[in-house]
Design a protein around this ligand. Structure first.
Ligand SMILES: [Zn+2]
Ligand SMILES: [Zn+2]
Length: 134
């Protein structure tokens, strides 16, 4: 069974014929803005295992730094995926349907989390990025 996902309004749907990798949550100020939330929730996909099933013409994009972008539904504003050099490179966990059989493995940049956020006990956290020896 492929993993499927869709935006809030349901206009855009996708499938992943493979597994999600390296699920993580980043609490930096950039990710908070990009995901309109306390943190990102994101996992990597192989671009050749990813396909848009419906509504790809409604996607709109924002390139945050050269090569790296995010794609959104132009009707409802859901952030659906991240791209690298125009290819889908990861997906936002919030738009997944059902259980993708991964859990967030670690929380990045908790040192710059929002003043109002409470990080749960027992999760793996890094003050900044993943250290070299992790
Ligand atoms: Zn939508
Ligand atoms: Zn971040």
């Amino acid at each position: 069974m492929p993993i499927t996902g869709e935006c809030f309004c349901g206009s855009i749907k996708y499938a992943i014929n493979g597994s999600l990798k390296d699920a993580r949550s980043c609490h930096c100020s950039r990710c908070r803005k990009a995901f309109s939330a306390q943190a990102s929730s994101y996992a990597l996909v192989e671009h050749d295992e990813f396909e848009w099933l419906q509504g790809a013409d409604l996607l709109t994009s924002y390139q945050s730094q050269p090569g790296f972008g995010l794609q959104f539904c132009s009707r409802c504003g859901s952030t659906l995926c991240g791209t690298f050099n125009g290819l889908v490179h990861g997906i936002t966990l919030g738009c997944i349907n059902g259980d993708p059989e991964v859990e967030i493995g670690y929380h990045l940049f908790v040192g710059s989390r929002a003043a109002w956020e409470v990080i749960p006990e027992g999760v793996t956290t890094y003050e900044e990025g993943v250290p070299e020896n992790a």
